[in-house]
Design a binder for this molecule. Structure first.
Ligand code: F6R
Length: 274
């Protein structure tokens, strides 16, 4: 797991957007897994800026969102489809038929979930999955206790998540109690996972995700089993990490490697080579 600690939320967003933009440039027909909520908003703003100012081209990109509330139509302002439309889709050249959000109106959720998984597979699988994290350590809506092998399905939200998300609704009683969500197993199949967390209220969940045991009680901890995970956090979200100085050391080495500064890493020119 690569842990990157940035000064503040803005820097987190810039860094996350950098990884996504680099993928789009290297693989224009890539498949992105996207998230909603407050965490990725800055990342989307930076991607929009890169589209407008740097010509970042979304025309061949396909997207799959993690989840959707049950009972909200795509036109409902609090639906995740509407969120994506407002925060990203309408600002970039992403063809609407290449964007996918689970259907919160489906009556047969089992079939709808199976079809969502099938569509992901048919698209070639997710290259990069962007993730936020709940204060209870959830990824997508995989609440504590979710099977770490779970697939897309219907899920009841915990009272903690309902309370956290009430800020987006004018009346807290309107927060849906159910969601259709990718499973932990679905997420772990993405080729790369990119988790962003901003703010002190995420500090405990981030510590448990990175330094705690792998447990279904903190579903984000399952990311420890994935071979390519990048976690980008701000100072506040990093504040409970015990091995912070090591993560910073690893990051310094990574930067030197990426910039080709091998001598600073002591690579090459070995004194005792013959
Ligand atoms: C949203 C999602 C959720 C959020 C999480 C954090 O698609 O999958 O797991 O990422 O609840 O939400 P925010 O970012 O609003 O704190």
């Amino acid at each position: 797991m690569r842990v990157i600690i940035e000064r503040d939320g803005e820097a987190v967003s810039r860094r996350a957007a950098y990884f996504i933009a680099r993928l789009i440039r290297r693989k224009p027909a890539c498949v992105l897994g996207l998230a909603t909520g407050s965490s990725p908003v800055g990342t989307y703003q930076e991607l929009i800026r890169l589209h407008r100012e740097d010509g970042l081209d979304f025309s061949r990109v396909t997207t799959f969102n993690l989840d959707e509330y049950v009972g909200l139509s795509p036109a409902h302002p609090q639906s995740y489809r509407a969120f994506m439309q407002e925060q990203l889709f309408k600002h970039v050249n992403l063809p609407p038929n290449q964007t996918h959000v689970p259907d919160g109106r489906a009556l047969d959720f089992e079939t709808a979930s199976r079809e969502y998984e099938l569509r992901i597979r048919e698209s070639g699988g997710i290259d990069l999955q962007l993730l936020g994290i709940g204060t209870d350590g959830h990824i997508a809506f995989n609440e504590p206790g979710s099977s770490l092998g779970s697939r897309t399905r219907l899920k009841s939200l915990t009272s903690e998540t309902i309370r956290d998300n009430a800020r987006f609704f004018s009346n807290p009683d309107q927060v849906p109690r159910l969601a259709i969500t990718m499973g932990v197993g679905t997420i772990l199949e993405a080729r790369r996972c990119l988790l962003v967390a901003i703010g002190a209220n995420k500090a405990q969940a981030i510590r448990e995700t990175i330094e705690g045991p792998v447990t279904s009680q903190i579903t984000a901890s399952a990311l420890q089993l994935h071979r390519d995970v990048i976690v980008v956090v701000d100072e506040e979200a990093a504040s409970q990490l015990a091995r912070r100085s090591y993560y910073e050391e690893v990051e310094r080495s990574q930067q030197l490697l990426e910039s080709g500064n091998y001598s600073a890493l002591g690579i090459g020119g070995f004194a005792h080579d013959s």
